[in-house]
Design a protein around this ligand. Structure first.
Ligand SMILES: C=C(O[C@@H]1C=C(C(=O)O)C=C[C@H]1O)C(=O)O
Length: 356
């Protein structure tokens, strides 16, 4: 076949695809009507997981799964708007890692609301000003994100999904490396680049700010100042990437939580996040973990934060495999409660198995 013949065939297929996509969209509109009658949430993480798994199973190539998944994510972004325009809050300004994670997860069709700090993301969900929020919870190099952990204690939002994203840091500035006197970034980012920073600078001052994008915005306005952040932040705020991939461990991954008013329905491959506090007495935490062992509750993360109410009392955050509606987990959690001052379920959600 000639080039023209091949392109004509592509044109025909594209027209069929447009028809089919709109046929799908008309069904989505019907789903939206049903949901508005039952007041169900628009974003259904369990169904999202099923749809993407079905697409991967059906794919016989030559397109890689990654391409099809990206297309379907964009389709689902369009679906949200047909059901009800979704507002998604993230730690801004534009160009932050949370922004990139949100865009990769929820696509181009939804509305995004950049906020000045992580706590505000939680408050916007509590007040129902936004439907969903995306917040960093832990990093493979730096560990837990304190602001997110504290906000999970202090607000009543639920966790409905998780997202894994590779994170690369760059030194962004409009001056030469040897002229950098100040570096802005998020405290967690300094921790992820600690060795590189000590090896590269003797004198430059590191100054913590709320987000990497805010750091880039500020560095663009001040002489002899750099920021550590993403390539996207460099482009948005007019900075050059003077050193690339400066993270100490190349495989640097951040896990984000999607927070909302409701958690997700079971998919068969889920995680549950809980929060509990124990009294300051010997073996208090061990008693709870003993119950987990008895019911085969397999933990995937544990973090602690001071209770801020009484000295040496702690809140523990535990993630484990399974959904809180499973009988084994319900019984296990009830028995655990007896060893806790307080225990709350932050939510069950589909387990993320791939990077965005
Ligand atoms: C259409 C629905 O609403 C949303 C859009 C989806 C889609 O386009 O396939 C899937 C899940 C939901 O997040 C649904 O719940 O089925």
């Amino acid at each position: 076949m000639s080039l023209d013949d091949l392109r004509n065939r592509i044109d025909e297929i594209d027209l069929e695809l447009v028809k089919l996509l709109n046929e799908r969209a008309r069904v989505v509109v019907e789903v939206g009507k049903l949901k508005s009658r039952t007041d169900g949430p628009i974003y259904a993480p369990d169904r999202e997981k099923q749809v993407l798994a079905k697409i991967r199973r059906a794919n016989q190539g030559p397109l890689p799964d990654r391409t099809l998944v990206a297309i379907w994510r964009e389709l689902m972004s369009g679906s949200f708007v047909l059901e009800k325009p979704l507002r998604i809050a993230y730690l801004g300004p534009a160009g932050s890692f949370s922004h990139t994670a949100a865009m990769l997860k929820f696509g181009q069709s939804v509305e995004y609301e950049p906020l000045a700090d992580i706590r505000s993301v939680f408050d916007e969900i509590s007040k129902e000003h936004c439907d969903l929020g995306i917040v960093p919870i832990e990093n493979s190099t730096g560990g837990g994100v304190i602001e997110t952990l504290d906000a999970l204690i202090e607000t009543d939002v639920k966790v409905c999904a998780e997202v894994l994203m590779a994170v690369h840091h760059n030194l962004l500035a409009n001056c030469l490396l040897e002229d950098v006197e100040k570096i802005y970034s998020k405290p967690e980012v300094f921790a992820q680049c600690r060795n590189w920073l000590t090896a590269t600078f003797k004198e430059a001052k590191t100054i913590p700010v709320a987000s990497t994008a805010r750091a880039a915005q500020m560095a663009a306005e001040e002489p002899n100042t750099a920021a550590i952040g993403s390539k996207i932040a460099a482009e948005l705020y007019g900075l050059k990437m003077i050193c690339e991939n400066i993270e100490d461990i190349a495989n640097n991954i951040t896990r984000f939580l999607v927070v909302s008013k409701e958690d997700a329905k079971p998919t068969g491959e889920d995680k549950t996040a809980i929060l509990f506090s124990t009294a300051h007495k010997a073996g208090a935490l061990a008693d709870v973990l003993e119950v987990f062992k008895k019911y085969n509750i397999n933990m995937t993360n544990i973090e602690s934060r001071p209770s801020k109410k009484r000295g040496w009392e702690y809140y523990f955050f535990v993630d484990f495999l399974g959904h809180h509606t499973e009988e084994r987990i319900q019984i296990g959690l009830e028995e655990s409660r007896q060893h806790c001052l307080q225990l709350s379920i932050l939510g069950s959600f589909p387990r993320a198995t791939e990077l965005l």
